[in-house]
Design a protein around this ligand. Sequence first.
Ligand code: CTP
Length: 217
Amino acid sequence: MSIRCLITAGPTREFFDPVRFVSNPSTGKMGFALAEAARAEGWTVDLVAGPVALPEPAGVMYYPVVTAEEMLRQTDALFGPCDILIMTAAVSDWRPKVCQTQKLKKNGQGLTVEFEAVPDILATLAERRRVEQVLVGFAAETENVEANALEKMTRKKVDFMAANSVAGAEGAFGRDDNQLILLGKNGFRQVLGPASKREVAQQLIRQLSHHLAARTR
Ligand code: CTP
């Protein structure tokens, strides 16, 4: 069976002047590892990534973006034909209401920036999904990791949520290893890792592969 997989990775950035932005510490390692694992599984892979310092994985279609709006547009354009969407991207949830056209000059004072919410990409796409598409979110949590991830899975109407602890120095951002709790419908729960992100990615792709195979039997 030929599978088309759409993966988002890395952070997004929201600028408030030409040289300053808000973002988060995501490095894209988990999403890139998943793209490689999905490719190794024989899947066709589209990878939409925010600004990262990683080499482009071989054999995948690569779409670099910067802001949440760009990620939404690019992901939406690729969503229709995909069989699986895996959203590992750490979308920066707020953007400055105004982006100055010239660099802000210091005047010895503080700075107040007003923010507005960016679109929720996963929830937006879930509203447009075909029933047979499989949607996987990554919940970045600093507390009540599993309960919050389950709540997000239901609220965003997705099939699986990979619960990911991002609290403190032990958190997932930037590390080479990770542990995920993959949560699904009807109480499905599988711990992946702790292991290298490469291995955790292979385990996750294997789980999704089993899920797809079981559905078509
Ligand atoms: N997500 C998204 N668009 C956003 C925010 C998040 O598509 N604007 C996706 C992420 O890629 C991830 C899932 O939603 O797959 C959960 O992201 P997370 O950051 O854990 O949750 P949030 O919805 O941002 O909620 P909160 O920040 O309040 O925990």
